[in-house]
Design a binder for this molecule. Sequence first.
Ligand SMILES: *Cc1c(COP(=O)(O)O)cnc(C)c1O
Length: 356
Amino acid sequence: MKKHNFSAGPCILPQEVLKKASEAVVNFNGINLSLIEISHRSKEFVEVMENARSLVKELLNLPEGYSVLFLQGGASLEFLMAAYNLMKVDGKAAYLDTGAWSSKALKEAKLLGEVDVMASSKDKTYNYIPKGYKVPTDVDYIHVTSNNTIYGTQLKEFPQTDALLVCDMSSDIFSRELDFSKFDLIYAGAQKNMGPAGTTLVVVKDEILGKTGRVIPSMLDYQVHISKDSMFNTPAVFPVYVSMLTLQWLKDLGGVKAIEKINKEKAALLYTEVDRNPLFKGFAEVEDRSNMNVTFNLTDESTQPIFDKIWNEAGISGIKGHRSVGGYRASIYNAMPIESVQVLVDAMQAFEKQVS
Ligand SMILES: *Cc1c(COP(=O)(O)O)cnc(C)c1O
């Protein structure tokens, strides 16, 4: 039997997507060639790329004036690319430090200009989202991370700003409705909510580009990739194809609005148990809790072997917490069925029965 996969990333994908993807590896669309052995410039693959791009625009309800790219290098390369494309010579950017990924992002930006850390929640192992901080106006852009995968916190409100707004949405893109037109640049590694590792989604407002006054290496230049429709070099054909399948799956399900409702139900089910069950305590501040990554610890560490045995036997996989937080992290991305969340809740209740 297939396990209940709560991994943080790479992570669960819809079962029907995996099936279609595996078929395409052998015989793509009945053309008697594998998807991964045809030219990326073939009409078949160009169609995949175009379809993926238009699904992104449709699902995010993007207005005209945005480009959608499928690049390589992960969200980690976007830490640098965002700065390269938006930080002016002698420029300055402001970052909200809500976790390890935010701090890696700002470290790259420091290579190119001045970085103002607007606020940080590092003092409490990033278990909350800072609020009430001053948003500077004299910066080239503001950078935030919408969901902090490791700590299980999520931004419910975004900074109000006239500066450009950049967001790393790696672990919650397509999971909830937002006014995506408020963002000037969004990026996300595919492997949290969209597809296999190997491609990175970039959504960028065209008019913000080409204004830094710096020379940008070709592979790091969004305008180069836009002008070549994400085919400046060979794109990651398989990850792009699987991402397209996942986006199509999401569309068929009713889109972001429909999945948000399901995601809220899944998160409520699990957080209710974390709060009710005396053997667990939630890690993140309640008001900042993520609907994608649910982090919790044992109230009595010595009971760990008992709980670990129970969830293992229930066919659960991937709930071990990140080393910096300890305890458990259940990632309940879009593709996670509520039935699997119920299996985890049942395991937590069985654990309570056994211990008390
Ligand atoms: C996983 C993750 C990253 C890193 O993504 P890579 O694709 O591995 O570079 C960056 N930001 C967030 C929020 C993440 O969850």
